[in-house]
Ligand binder design. Structure first.
Ligand code: PLP
Length: 386
């Protein structure tokens, strides 16, 4: 049965995009593939906000992050990680696994990275020992989005190479990699671009490529330099996920046809509607008011609510799938994503089903307040973006 996916990836994929996967195979070293690769790379540049090179890896987002860390830094170098949740911690873990010395800036769960705290840490690095800064654009585990423009200002002219995980952020809100002087930004096909999983998109600055050339590390499959050399030939070094690339090309074409502003407004509008629904039924949002993500809303489970039971009921009664909490937030939050081929009616159905199941668990009357509040918020959002 078709499910309504509100997990923050993989997301609901539009029928035209799914249908593209069914096209016949082609030679991945032939001219048709080269043309597809060129269109995807060119289509991704404005989404990253870069005029630089974008390479595609046959992997999920984590492969792109590992490629970024291992291509830019050598074991023993010092990097500063600024995690605001599970995925930021995972990026720091990749760096440690690669043998880097990792310092961390601590941030309370639900808060965004404080640019002033980052600026202070960098100002204290008089010897310029910090070779890299590891950041998360959108932290999917807590529903927090960092203010990347403010963070870029905080980094200022510190020479560290900046790696940004924008796996669950890119495409859903404005992103200006070149203006913000980030060196490697990583995203993935199954999030805001709403294609199936299987491709990591990795944008690298000129400074990033120079750093990479100066660091001949031992790496093979996830070598960004090799990916760039082959991209110049219209190829990938290894056999690519051709079907997912067909779909990604179609998804980028749909994105461009809708226009980025409309896509940004859709994500922001849905997130606002979900937060309004939560407020209407007395549910607190986990992220701080100045830190809300537009791609995922994390809602605190009221005392006594069994999150696993709510998620099971949603799945079995309504074919609606929402996320739970990860790590220390397991059992404490419900996460509802806004990415993917979702209509306003889908969002209303999602918050309504959640309201019904929470009402049943909390022995309160279901009155449809979440749905009403979300509908009002959506109509306001449409009015303000028309
Ligand atoms: N980073 C963030 C912020 C994510 O949300 C995810 C996945 O949800 C990842 C990294 C890992 O990406 P993947 O599962 O595509 O490897």
């Amino acid at each position: 049965m078709k499910q309504l996916l509100f997990i923050p990836g993989p997301v609901a994929v539009a029928p035209e995009v799914l249908a593209a996967c069914a096209r016949p195979m082609i030679d991945h070293r032939g001219p048709e593939f080269a043309a597809i690769l060129a269109r995807i790379r060119a289509g991704m540049q404005p989404i990253f906000g870069t005029r630089g090179d974008v390479v595609l890896l046959g992997s999920s987002g984590t492969g792109g992050l590992e490629a970024a860390v291992s291509s830019l830094f050598s074991p023993g170098e010092r990097v500063l990680a600024a995690p605001v949740g599970v995925f930021g911690r995972r990026l720091a873990a990749i760096a440690r696994t690669w043998g880097l010395e990792v310092d961390e800036i601590a941030t309370e769960a639900g808060a965004a990275l404080d640019p002033a705290a980052l600026a202070a840490r960098l100002a204290a690095d008089g010897g310029r020992d910090i070779a890299g800064i590891l950041l998360t654009h959108n932290e999917t585990s807590t529903g927090v989005q960092n203010d990347m423009a403010a963070i870029a200002r905080a980094i200022g002219d510190h020479p560290a190479a900046v790696v940004v995980d924008s796996v669950s952020g890119l495409g859903a809100s404005p992103f200006a990699m070149d203006d913000w002087r980030f060196d490697v930004v990583v995203s993935a096909s199954q999030k805001a671009l709403a294609a199936p999983p299987g491709v990591a998109m990795v944008a690298v600055s000129e400074r990033g490529w120079s750093r990479l050339a100066a660091h001949p590390n031992r790496r093979f499959y996830f070598d960004l330099g090799r990916a760039r050399e082959f991209a110049a030939l219209g190829q990938t070094p290894w056999t690519p996920p051709v079907s997912v690339l067909y779909a990604l090309e179609e998804a980028i074409a749909r994105y461009a046809a809708a226009g980025p502003e409309a896509v940004f407004a859709r994500h922001a509008g849905y997130a606002h509607a979900i937060r309004s629904a939560a407020a209407a039924i007395g549910i607190d949002v986990f992220s701080r008011p100045d830190a809300h993500s537009v791609t995922v809303v994390a809602m605190k489970a009221p005392d006594g609510v069994d999150v696993a039971a709510v998620r099971t009921a949603l799945r079995e009664r309504y074919a609606i799938v929402m996320g739970g909490g990860q790590a220390e937030l397991k059992g404490k939050i419900v996460r509802m994503g806004t990415m993917g081929d979702l209509s306003p009616d889908d969002v209303l159905a999602g918050v309504d089903a959640l309201d019904r199941e929470l009402a049943a668990q909390m022995s309160r009357r279901y009155e449809g307040r979440a749905r009403d509040a979300a509908a009002r918020a959506l109509s306001e959002a449409i009015l303000t973006t028309a």
